[in-house]
Design a protein around this ligand. Sequence first.
Ligand code: SAH
Ligand code: SF4
Ligand code: F3S
Length: 446
Amino acid sequence: MKQVYMETFGCQMNVADTDRMEQLLFQSGYLRTSAKENADLVLVNTCSIRDKAEHKIYSLLGTIRPLKKANPDMTLALAGCLAQQEGETLIKKFPYLDMVLGPDAVERVVEAVDYVKTQKKSLVWTEFDQEKKYSIPISDEPAAKTSGPSAYVNIIKGCDKFCSFCIVPFTRGREKSREPYEIYEEVRQLVDRGAKEIILLGQNVNSYGKRDMQPPTPFHELLYGVAEISGVERIRFTTSHPKDFTKEAARAFKDLDILVNQLHLPVQSGNNKVLERMRRGYTVNEYKALIDLLRSEAPDIAFSTDIIVGFPGETDQEFEDTLELMEWVGFDSSYMFSYSPRPGTPATEMEDSVPLEVKKERLQRTIDLQKSLSDRNAKKYIGQVVEVLVEGETVHKDYDFKGRSPHYWMVNFSGGQKTLKSGGLAKIYIESASGHALRGTYRSPN
Ligand code: SAH
Ligand code: SF4
Ligand code: F3S
């Protein structure tokens, strides 16, 4: 078989796209390798969410250039959001690149590789597909790799929110949902292949099924549908948008035992004026009311979030409001970022007024606060027995296995060697915590 080396930057949607391309390439005779030197095809799936993400990709391209020189038959492909954003420019900047594929070209990856190999010409495919619906056909072909206990399933692509700082609506296009029957079929197949936990994916899953679907299927109905599929033991979903989160979806946390009580709910800022400039479409009080609603349905629900510091015009006081909100919610974890201007987004019209030093200092303060919130939350689990979905052996020298708790904490634990394997559920007694990981001892199987 021919060899393909693949590298992924960015979010879970990119990870899922890389998996899909791996599967399609596998069907056409490519096996994934971890050594790029010998690869027939090198495919980098890119991200352009922040300046830093872009730069990492440019430096990776620099390291691939000599490989391509040594092996001119190697095909070099860039896919994903940076590819969509830059298009033709990439070929001009890096003439040794063979192809540039936007996110909507994922299904056509084999056709693209064949074109480049036979025509001996580079190509740029960045037009958005014209289909009304999003479809990822399911086939019975053998899988390129065994799925672990957790599997991602795309349910919606694109984003129509146009937050003023964000490149995603430009790189991923308009929102389009997959038909429920196709999603259920994929879930059944993944379960047959060993998946226990299904993670439903999209930039805004709460917007699922709103458009071009007959009959319309709101997101919560999809959750109930997936929960009925036998063999699914846990369900998660990401990412949620506070503005589109319905009370019916909140109710699902109460009704569905296998929908774990953990939610990633990006807030971005704790100040109304900043939220308005960001065009997030909700106020701090609306966000808090949603948290209260979710807690009334699922009292032990754990939250994580995304925060941007140093958005144009953010004052000291506005920043302090973000710290206050983080404290109020008591997030288990946060992904925290310095604002980074993105080409063509409305926020670039606003003056990037917060000096770099101040951005850095604010970022550090959110990191410090989050650390103390995480430490505080971790203590709640000490002395408790939690159910862990076993991922496999841990590299941690004092423990045997690792896995995730329902609240999405990594758990390293000792014991259970005779009975446990990847994909099993186990009851673990938690004895201590360190960073965003818990440590404990095996008690019993599920
Ligand atoms: N769809 C999700 C996440 C999209 S991108 C949502 O709506 O929340 C992931 C995170 O990257 C965002 O939540 C935001 O916190 C961050 N991000 C996006 N654009 C950014 C920018 N220009 N500068 C800094 N952080 C950014
Ligand atoms: Fe970007 Fe906003 Fe869409 Fe999230 S909801 S992907 S932050 S535009
Ligand atoms: Fe990056 Fe595109 Fe995801 S910009 S974060 S890979 S949607």
